[in-house]
Design a protein around this ligand. Structure first.
Ligand SMILES: [Zn+2]
Length: 301
């Protein structure tokens, strides 16, 4: 056996070679079994060579876990590898590139980044890629560059997937007229990312509400009682040419297991930005606070 580190039995070294061979042959479960056998039969005592040897075995077992999609198990092994050290080396400390310690540490950072990426923990993935870069003193490594690109791509795709997922939304329009009218109920969908939190992101929510109203405004304007479906101005009762929308938004009802709801207090106005329009906006600003204050979960715009 070449370069046999003192303190390690030849039979154990052979087991490691066997496991590596199985891994190369893509017999990952078998490789995993042999790596585990070595680790299970080794104590925690031993000289630095023994410790270093076991770090490598554990890091290789993590690679087998990764190949099998066991990312959580791999994380556990890799964190163990990175927190264990032989004398003179602590986590993150420098070591001659190419030394067994440096090689195992480098590979472990990269494997850990890969695991976190697969687990959707992109910040953790980037953190370990940065740790890798520090460890090699900023030297460019193709494996690191490839992984960075993968993290970026997967993160983008994850964001798109979240955006695409939607849940049903009740959109209730209460049109203000001198003679009360029944609310108009519309059924829409809302991105999951806006409703699965107790505190909906404000900008995204406002953009969503703006799109919602733009989508239905022209149609709503033609659902009134006058000829051509016009409404009466809420204030002067002339023919309305536009609608002022004020929202009470209950997007986060979803968190309590209820259907998210947006209530639109719609005031038909004779002239946009005319007196009745301005009065509508002023009044709603005051009214909305009264209507909504009792509830904890609310948002208006
Ligand atoms: Zn008017």
């Amino acid at each position: 056996m070449q370069n046999q580190p003192p303190g390690i039995l030849e039979s154990v070294l052979k087991l490691k070679e066997e496991a590596n061979r199985l891994y190369q042959k893509k017999s990952y479960t078998a490789a995993l079994g042999v790596y585990s056998k070595i680790l299970d039969n080794s104590g925690t005592e031993g000289n630095d060579d023994v410790k270093e040897f076991l770090r490598t075995v554990r890091s290789n077992r993590a690679a087998a876990h990764i190949a099998l999609g066991h990312y959580a198990e791999a994380v556990e092994d890799l964190q163990h590898v990175l927190s264990s050290s032989s004398s003179g080396h602590n986590e993150g400390s420098k070591a001659p590139i190419g030394s067994p310690f440096a090689t195992t540490t480098r590979k472990s950072y990269l494997r850990l980044a890969r695991c976190f990426c697969e687990l959707g923990k992109f910040d953790d993935a980037t953190k370990h890629l940065d740790a890798h870069r520090d460890f090699v003193d900023g030297m460019r490594a193709p494996e690191e560059d490839e992984l960075r690109e993968k993290v970026y791509r997967d993160q983008q795709n994850a964001a798109i997937a979240t955006e695409d997922k939607t849940v049903p939304l009740k959109y209730v329009v209460k049109i203000m007229q001198s003679t009360p009218t029944a609310p108009i109920r519309l059924y829409e969908t809302v991105p999951l990312s806006l409703v699965d939190t107790g505190y909906p992101p404000e900008t995204a929510s406002n953009q969503f509400l703006a799109k919602l109203v733009m989508k239905h405004d022209a149609w709503l304007l033609k659902q009134g009682p006058l000829s051509g479906g016009a409404w009466k101005c809420w204030s002067c009762r002339k023919r309305a040419t536009g609608i002022v929308h004020s929202f009470a938004s209950f997007l986060n009802a979803y968190v309590d297991g209820k259907e998210p709801e947006v209530i639109d207090f719609a005031q038909p106005v004779c002239v946009y930005w005319g007196l009745c329009d301005r009065e509508a906006r002023r009044m709603m600003q005051e009214e909305m606070v009264l209507v909504i204050n009792p509830g904890r979960r609310w948002q208006i715009n």
